[in-house]
Design a protein around this ligand. Structure first.
Ligand code: FAD
Length: 349
């Protein structure tokens, strides 16, 4: 052993001397430089292409197959195209929270933001390498217009669409070619090439006659080709669990993500109550009335409420959490930090 190691030291020293001599040669130095640059490039290519490759195969339905609890987010396009850079700053910062996908809303009838939806969803996917869903509303659209939008989505590399009826806009025409989200879902299925998502309402859609007919209508959406659902926001998890039971009874077995909106300021609460009709449980109402005039306290309390909801949902085995970020990456970050270990534990199990 000793002899061997001495030999090794001697020969290593000899090699070092020879290498030192050789390294003075300019031709040798150039070769070494080329080798170094080549290795760096290879390392970059391997790392980068693996990421893209791993990323590229994921349509949303595949993400649900590989993960127990999916974590996703919604953003909306800025109102004026001149402010588009602000959304990229938001997306970059949201990327740090490892979302499985980010969805991008679509203005009613495509008003003002239709092409922006396509551009942002495409950039999320192709520039930030996060899977994306482009929302699409139907009630103010003709089939020809929907075809054009789908072609645009396809040409921009978008592979997932959230098919919606949308809300009626008083100033826009109603061609009558799409009455319900299920009509658009069927249309996209026939067009081909997209994973289709649908919206669902744990407390029932505000226009529905009752919860049963709402679930039956939701079933139509699944039969037309929707492979997963994202829920409207809610503040009482029991409403969501009861909804899951009804869906199961109706034979709906696609993944259903729970939509969570952290409520962090007073104007947000007023807007939400008037638009989405979510009921406010006692615990939530107490929090609002106690802190509504103290913005910092309401911020902390609103985040704690959302985190509490999310942890209960994950512990109960929900398919996914869809965070309504309101384009606020700071809030998304705080929430992600507080649920990160719970999410990881769920996806490890
Ligand atoms: P539908 O599924 O068509 O349901 C609307 C009503 O019609 C319900 O009462 C339902 O029970 C009933 N119904 C459905 N099918 C039938 C049928 N075959 N026969 C009879 N009745 C039927 N809005 C936007 O403008 N842009 C967005 O980007 C956007 N994103 C959203 C994302 C999510 C996750 C959610 C939950 C909502 C979103 N909305 C958006 C709001 C949505 O457009 C409204 O809630 C709209 O009122 C309903 O759209 P829907 O796709 O759920 O409609």
């Amino acid at each position: 052993m000793i002899i061997l190691s001495t030999k090794y030291v001697i020969s290593e020293n000899e090699e070092r001397t020879a290498f030192a001599e050789k390294s003075k040669d300019p031709a040798f130095q150039i070769c070494l430089g080329i080798c170094f640059a080549f290795c760096c490039q290879m390392r970059y290519t391997i790392t980068y292409s693996t990421k893209i490759q791993g990323f590229h195969v994921m349509k949303i339905s595949e993400i649900f197959q590989t993960k127990k609890t999916v974590f996703s987010m919604e953003v909306f396009p800025p109102k004026q195209s001149s402010k588009i850079d602000t959304i990229y700053d938001t997306i970059e910062r949201l990327g740090d929270t490892n979302p499985d996908f980010i969805s991008v809303t679509y203005g009613a009838g495509g008003t003002g933001t239709g092409s922006l939806t396509a551009k942002i969803a495409s950039d999320i996917k192709n520039t930030y390498h996060i899977e994306s869903i482009a929302h699409l509303t139907a009630i103010h659209s003709t089939r020809a217009q929907a075809t054009e939008v789908l072609k645009e989505f396809r040409d921009m590399g978008i592979e997932n669409v959230l098919a919606l009826r949308g809300d009626l806009h008083p100033e826009l025409p109603v061609p009558g070619e799409f009455q319900h989200a299920s009509d658009l879902t069927q249309f996209i299925s026939d067009f081909g090439g997209f994973d289709i998502c649908g919206a669902c309402y744990p407390e029932g859609h505000p226009e529905s006659a009752d919860l049963t007919s709402d679930i039956i209508n939701m079933r139509t959406k699944i039969d037309a080709g929707a492979t997963h659902l994202i829920s409207q926001l809610f503040f009482d998890n029991n409403d969501f669990y009861a909804f899951l039971e009804r869906a199961k009874l109706a034979g709906i077995n696609v993944p259903i993500e729970a939509g969570i909106m952290p409520v962090i300021n007073k104007s947000q609460i007023e807007r939400m109550v008037s638009t989405c009709g979510a009921s406010l449980p006692r615990k939530f109402a107490h929090m609002v009335s106690r802190y509504e005039n103290d913005p910092e306290a309401l911020f902390d309390a609103g985040i704690a409420y959302a985190v509490d909801q999310i942890i209960d949902l994950i512990a109960s085995g929900v398919d996914g959490i869809h965070l309504y970020t309101m384009n606020n990456p700071r809030v998304a970050h705080i929430i992600y930090t507080r649920i990160k270990k719970v999410l990881e534990a769920s996806n490890k199990a």
